[in-house]
Unconditional design. Structure first.
Length: 507
């Protein structure tokens, strides 16, 4: 191979988009209440050494009152607030710029009136918007279901569930958030003999209405159990599971109702957990059988104990981590299979939990973010950070390496992304002693390549750029890390046809 041809190969080597690929894998939206999988679990990697590298505040802005959380997608974050409009208070859905916190639009959705007390002067809407594509879906306290344009806030369609279905607004109003799965939006409209409802997200038309289970403040969840996709409601009658397509009943688990049923069901493999406050306690049911005949069998029931007021626990490795109690609350670890309490940490006050990067993330009422090690043997606090002031009666959101937190008075965006690794580049060199090509992978900033990255780096080659990237050949030759450079010798002879290379780093 002539030198000019070797240089031509050098010029045509496809450089690795390693940093770009890694960012693409890390980035994720938080489009619904408690995350994309409806289970309070984030798959992102975040920085947890807060004592050494505290969360970095990207922005903090004043916010009108609400108990709503955030949904995040497309560079925007959506929530609800109570705001004065003319001579009355109204519930608004608002959009903030996810990078700056600047308000982009605010759309009024109806009256903001909370006559039952219990929250205080900073009371407000409880439901969290859901976002799907270029639309935002909001279910208000008084059962108006609205679809808004995510860019402008303009109303696309709206349904008055009270007028259209005879829906009854329960005490303390609606707190459930709309659940979107596929092309459908699921909710409890609380209309007699047609309370469970699915609307088509495109135009709000009715897909189905079914069952007669009165609503609670609990948000339904989507899950696949025993191989069967299902939507699970926590109604005043107990747990009710239906098929997403038709609303046909799959199984029931009777559970008593008192004043507050606000925590969502929690699914751990084939077991579903539910809990309610004011003396109701908790229970679990195991789901077995087939799509044509699912069976719900109670595993355990603890009347008056293991009560979740409004904050839903998270499930991890067979254990529940959540806020238990009412006027006096504790963060507890409960074994899902047996209801055995493994530990209890008192004095946390009202709070909520998520699970991220191997840790329980708790947001306390005064606005502290707390990382807790999910160790069933003992409570271990890893770190904490003061995020916002005011009253936090909601759950935070995690998106693109950032935690979004709000109270009834302000909101903040905190950067917790891991330290960025140096970008890598691929260099082809002539290996005269090998009779072929030597590939070097180096850091663009000339720093040594970390040995921990080596096992996650792959180099691919092809003779034809027209083939798809999935058809490139992964080079199986051993890598050698020498003097901070990763070396790979390609044995293909120098007289081989023109060849192209690329590298990818798995995260």
């Amino acid at each position: 191979m002539a030198l000019r041809n070797l240089l031509r190969i050098h010029a045509l080597v496809v450089p690795p988009a390693l940093a770009l690929m890694a960012l693409g894998l890390r980035a994720s939206d938080w489009p619904q209440y408690r995350g994309p999988n409806h289970d309070g679990t984030s798959t992102e990697t975040i920085r947890t050494n807060w004592s050494e590298a505290p969360p970095r505040q990207i922005w903090k802005v004043p916010l009108d009152p609400a108990l709503s959380s955030f949904a995040i997608a497309g560079g925007k974050t959506f929530t609800q607030v109570r705001r004065r409009l003319g001579s009355s208070d109204q519930e608004f859905c608002i959009a903030l710029n996810a990078e700056t916190g600047q308000e982009l639009w605010a759309t009024p959705l109806g009256k903001a009136d909370y006559p039952h007390g219990g929250v205080g002067s900073d009371d407000g809407p409880r439901s969290t918007p859901s976002v799907d594509g270029d639309r935002v879906y909001v279910l208000t306290s008084y059962l108006r279901m609205a679809c808004l344009d995510a860019t402008t806030g303009q109303q696309v369609w709206s349904k008055d569930l009270v007028a259209d279905y005879g829906g009854n607004v329960i005490a303390w109003q609606n707190a459930a958030s709309p659940l979107i799965v596929g092309d459908l939006i699921f909710m409890n409209c609380n209309g007699p003999n047609q309370r469970l409802l699915a609307l088509r997200k495109q135009d709000g038309s009715e897909a189905w209405k079914a069952q007669n289970d009165s609503m609670t403040q609990s948000t339904p969840v989507a899950a696949t159990i025993a191989g069967v996709a299902q939507i699970i409601f926590f109604a005043q009658s107990g747990l009710v599971s239906v098929t997403p397509e038709t609303g046909a009943l799959l199984w029931r688990y009777p559970f008593p109702y008192s004043v507050s049923t606000a925590a969502s069901p929690v699914v751990g493999d084939d077991v579903v957990y539910c809990s309610a406050a004011y003396g109701m306690g908790a229970g679990t049911v195991r789901i077995s059988g087939t799509a044509s005949a699912l069976v719900a069998t109670e595993v355990w029931r603890t009347p008056g104990a293991n009560m979740n007021h409004w904050a839903t626990p998270v499930h991890h490795n067979g254990y529940l981590y959540g806020i238990y109690g009412q006027s006096s609350t504790s963060l507890k670890c409960i074994e899902l299979a047996t209801a055995t309490e493994r530990w209890s940490q008192a004095g946390v006050g009202y709070a909520s939990v998520l699970f991220v990067n191997g840790y329980v993330l708790m947001l306390t009422e005064p606005g502290d973010l707390v990382l807790v090690n999910p160790d069933p043997s003992a409570y271990t606090e890893v770190d904490r950070f003061k995020a916002v002031a005011g009253k936090c009666w909601n759950v935070p959101a995690i998106s693109n390496g950032r935690i979004y937190v709000r109270s009834t008075t302000e909101a903040a965006c905190l950067d917790v992304a891991p330290k960025a690794l140096p970008a890598l580049k691929l260099l082809p060199l002539l290996a005269a002693d090998k009779g072929g090509l030597r590939l070097l992978i180096v850091n663009e900033d000339a720093s040594p390549v970390d040995a921990n990255r080596v096992t996650n780096i792959d180099v691919f080659a092809t003779f034809d750029l027209a083939v798809g990237s999935s058809n490139w050949t992964r080079l199986a030759q051993p890598y050698v890390l020498t003097n901070g450079q990763l070396r790979l010798d390609d044995p293909t002879g120098l007289n081989a046809p023109q060849r192209f290379f690329r590298a990818a780093e798995r995260r």
